[in-house]
Design a binder for this molecule. Structure first.
Ligand code: NAD
Ligand code: UGA
Length: 333
């Protein structure tokens, strides 16, 4: 199998490359990105080919690679909420426009697509558990630009689904719910909003800055350890009965409020890593932290019935273990 991973130098891409290569099957990975720092340890592997391409400016090269490969994972995107509000057009151009070109090329060449949707497509849905088939996708007014990411991803989900119906595109859409682990974001960047929440809190602790609970931190997320997520992706890759399916990949047992998360991380940092002794947890207004065009999701829990049924998959790593494994990576080096 020839596997093309676009955005292979990112968080999910780097773990996916690692897992595929570790299997030592007769599989070949072509890794496309603008940076390969996160897969430096894999660069000598003979089954890996890295090609530096900016997919915003060189779609011709990407098209050639799609023609050569069997399965395509287009993982390049902006996935940080601070950027949705600061630079919504950057999100549109990469997450939507560039990825649409990739999807069209996959359709033209008749290849298989495994595409990252997101839990964010459900937006402010009020269901207790978000269901791929029944839950509505609820976003806010246009002035709340936070939803541009959700809308870009939702539109691509709909386009991909339509190509499946009309042209027989073989696709699987997977929806990660807050995957976390080593290599998530670069915590050396001290700027507020530069990372997703777990790595943001680690960055704050590293730089001795207070932790901000946006609007009080009552909102919840279901944090999912990266090895569980990658386990699901491998099952998708090896399955022949997940075409035209949408599958939530998250850990409903790890639901946690952001306030509880902050306390857990700070307690662990002090106890296990001797860090964060001067750091306090404070409340921040979202208008000040992200800006006025931010809006939040108050509760986000996946139904994983599809993943259980189609993939025989269930997450295994609990929240405390997830935090220790992630903090070991960032603080023990
Ligand atoms: P990431 O930011 O870690 O990785 C994205 C990669 O894309 C980076 O290595 C980046 O260098 C690369 N990239 C950016 N612009 C590029 C360009 N112009 N040309 C080539 N490469 C470019 O993101 P991630 O967390 O690994 O997410 C991967 C995918 O999964 C994204 O589509 C994201 O929206 C989706 N997703 C992730 C999560 C999560 O929990 N991490 C949740 C839901 C959805
Ligand atoms: C994320 C991002 O949109 C994507 O990475 C991804 O597609 C999606 O979720 C997902 O994983 O499914 P979100 O969970 O809101 O969205 O992003 P985080 O930056 O991780 O924030 C989580 C929560 O923590 C938010 O309520 C945010 O307001 C809060 N937060 C964040 C704080 O309270 N303090 C901070 O310093 C940072």
């Amino acid at each position: 199998m020839r596997i093309l991973i676009i955005g292979a130098g990112g968080f999910i891409g780097s773990h996916l490359c690692e897992k595929i290569l570790a299997l030592r099957r007769d599989w070949h990975v072509t890794a496309v990105d603008i940076s390969f720092v996160k897969i430096e340890h894999l660069l000598q592997d003979k089954q890996l080919r890295t090609i530096q391409i900016n997919i915003l400016t060189d779609m011709d090269s990407v098209d050639e690679l799609i023609k050569e490969c069997d399965v395509i994972f287009p993982l390049a995107a902006v996935a940080n909420p601070a950027i949705y509000v600061q630079n919504p057009l950057k999100v549109f151009e990469l997450d939507f426009e560039a990825n649409l070109r990739v999807v069209k090329s996959v359709v033209t060449h008749g290849k298989r697509l495994i595409f990252p949707s997101t839990s964010e497509v459900y937006g402010m849905c009020k269901d207790n558990e978000f269901d791929e088939e029944y839950s509505p996708c609820v976003t806010g007014p246009i002035c709340k630009q936070r939803w541009i990411y959700s809308c870009c991803k939702q539109m691509l989900d709909r386009v991909i689904h339509a190509y499946g119906s009309r042209d027989g595109l073989r696709y699987t859409l997977f929806r990660p719910f807050n995957w976390v682990g080593p290599r998530l974001d670069d915590i050396s960047n001290a700027e507020q909003g530069s990372s997703r929440v777990v790595t943001q809190f680690l960055s704050n602790i590293l730089h001795g800055r207070d932790i901000n609970l946006v609007n009080g931190g009552h909102q919840t997320r279901c944090f999912t350890y990266i090895s569980d997520g990658i386990g699901a992706l491998m099952k998708i890759l090896e399955s022949d009965h997940v075409d035209r399916q949408i599958i939530n990949i998250g850990n409903p047992h790890n639901e946690c409020s952001i306030a509880t998360l902050a306390q857990k991380i700070l307690d662990l940092a002090k106890k296990k890593y001797g860090r964060g002794n001067m750091v306090k947890i404070k409340i921040a207004n979202s208008n000040d932290y992200y800006g006025k065009s931010y809006q939040d999701v108050s509760k986000r829990v996946p139904s994983i019935e599809n993943a259980k049924r189609l993939l025989d998959w269930e997450p295994e790593v609990g929240l405390d273990e997830l935090l220790i494994k992630t903090m070991d990576f960032y603080f023990s080096r």
